[in-house]
Design a protein around this ligand. Sequence first.
Ligand code: SF4
Ligand code: SF4
Length: 222
Amino acid sequence: MITASQKPIDEIVDLIKPYQKVLVLGCGTCVKTCFAGGEDEVAVLASALRLKFKQLAQNIKFEEFTIERQCENEFIQEAAIAIGRNDAILSLACGAGVQAMAKRFEKDVVLPGVNTTFIGIRESPGVFTEECSGCGNCGLATFGGVCPVTRCSKKLLNGPCGGSRNGLCEIDPDTECAWHKIIERLTALGQMDNLKTYIPPKNWDTSLSGGPRKLIREDHII
Ligand code: SF4
Ligand code: SF4
């Protein structure tokens, strides 16, 4: 999932104050799971904004709406009528959702209400951890299913660095050492031989460093 967190309310207030009718638009998938932009967050944020603008003596009308996914045209269309009634859309989707809305509704103002953070998992209730940087050339098979590109603070492919203490990273003692986990996993799997061969520097052409990427599935193009 893609994780995000809501922007500070004062930042949102600054973004929307030039407008008179604002659609607070939620997204029912990733941002709902991480409590940043689902239907509940739309309701809470819209109430907070109504109160805030009342205090500021500025009359802005807020409408609330949530669609299943702002990153897919199939669902985006459901918001068209509500968008037509408003001056601006405050999107609580991730950066991809905000841009998908801006592409679909070229003449409408689309503002981001959340800060998109990372690709991760829900580790435990209320705790989300970063797991993948979308490098475009996955090496998890070598590393026992633990990603050093993302989870090692130094991104070492031939770790560990030697600074780990009690399984924790020397850069941040609140974070597990990825290489400690890699060695634990490979030992349990009987695959420590994976680490006998030097792993050459990664080719970052497949990552964002090679420029914006596109995924084309010819077999699904109509
Ligand atoms: S190796 Fe690349 S694709 Fe695989 S989990 Fe790590 S960052 Fe993601
Ligand atoms: S302590 Fe572990 S996770 Fe931290 S930088 Fe060193 S090898 Fe990477």
